[in-house]
Write a protein that binds this ligand. Structure first.
Ligand code: HSE
Length: 329
């Protein structure tokens, strides 16, 4: 029996379309058990997506696992796959990446680790179609991943623990397919130049821990405005987060979730040069979340707020006794 814990991820971080992604402290768990009955495939799903995730051969986690079995030429004798999900589906938080990465890793352990992490990453990118969720889900931290021709070049950066991630997660789902269809085939040169600058500034801010720079480094002109009609209130929620003291805010992946970055309260005071008495009455992250939620509500969108941390570890094998129960509340 193999048990895997795989983190959620937030892609793009504003300007880094299809290139930047960061793992988050919210997890799906996958159990894989060889049943001993040839050709048997049993799939059980608990928690997020339990009412919609396929229990047959079209299940995304199973399809990922099958790739590993096929490449290695080793198949288990019957399989029970259990998914215990805390990552909301189709909200821009890397649920499909987690499903794929979890399936790849579990299958690989089940048959004696024929593939290394590098091979698993290449496989995950091919299955997912873009690297910015699967890379942080598999590796952890903040990952810069760039595809040139057939090659994937990537580096993983550790994100300081003092950074906090505030998510406003709308009640509705948005498929990545639909969000990608909303994008134009070409973008103006000026917009591309703007995004290149912003993405470079964002990485500079992380590497130098120059937090005051984040606020000037999460702008985007190549995807968010085109997705605005799919996410009512998007600009207002980003503005509300910034006005409430977030360092910066952006659409999480393809949406509809909006993420804001903030520092733990004491650090935030230093970064903003604010007077301490201005900020210490209410926890700042909660305050930011409330304002984001209110801005969504003004546009007719109900949302829940989650306050998470960047997660420096990627998907990992855990003792099966450590698998958590699945209620997200
Ligand atoms: N970079 C992708 C997009 C992320 O924005 O479409 C999808 O999770």
């Amino acid at each position: 029996m193999v048990c895997i814990k795989v983190p959620a991820s937030t892609a793009n971080l504003g300007p880094g379309f299809d290139t930047l992604g960061m793992a988050l402290s919210l997890f799906n768990y996958i159990e894989m058990i060889e049943t001993g009955s040839a050709d048997e495939l049993l799939i059980e799903v608990e928690g997020e997506g339990a009412s919609s995730i396929a229990r047959d051969q079209s299940n995304v986690t199973w399809l990922a696992a099958r790739e590993v079995f096929q490449i290695a030429g080793r198949y288990p004798t019957g399989l029970l796959l259990r998914q215990k999900n805390k990552i909301p589906s189709a909200r821009g938080l890397g649920s499909s990446a987690a499903a794929r990465v979890g399936g790849l890793l579990a299958a690989n352990y089940l048959i004696g680790e024929p593939l290394n992490r590098e091979q698993l990453l290449q496989l995950a990118v091919r299955l997912e179609g873009h690297p910015d969720n699967v890379a942080p889900a598999l590796l952890g931290g903040l990952v810069v991943a760039c595809r040139s021709d057939q090659e994937l070049v990537y580096r993983q950066l550790t994100v300081p623990e003092r950074l906090t991630v505030i998510l406003a997660i709308p009640g509705f789902e948005l498929s990545t397919y639909e969000a990608v269809q909303a994008l134009p085939p070409k973008i103006p040169l000026g917009d591309a130049v703007f995004n290149i600058g912003q993405a470079c500034l964002f990485i500079t801010a992380i590497l130098t821990q120059d937090w005051s720079l984040i606020g000037q480094a999460m702008g985007d002109r190549i995807h968010q405005s085109y997705r605005q009609r799919l996410v009512p209130g998007l600009s207002a929620v980003i503005e509300a987060a910034r006005a409430a003291g977030a360092l910066g805010a952006a659409l999480s992946g393809a949406g509809p979730t909006v993420l804001a970055l903030a520092l733990d309260d004491q650090d935030q005071i230093n970064a903003n040069n604010a007077e301490p008495e201005e900020v210490n009455t209410v926890n700042r992250s909660q305050q930011i979340g409330k304002k984001m939620q209110a801005a969504f509500r003004q546009h007719g969108v109900d949302s829940i707020i989650r306050i998470l941390k960047p997660w420096s570890q990627g998907a990992e094998r855990i003792a099966c006794s450590n698998i958590k129960c699945c209620s997200i509340k």
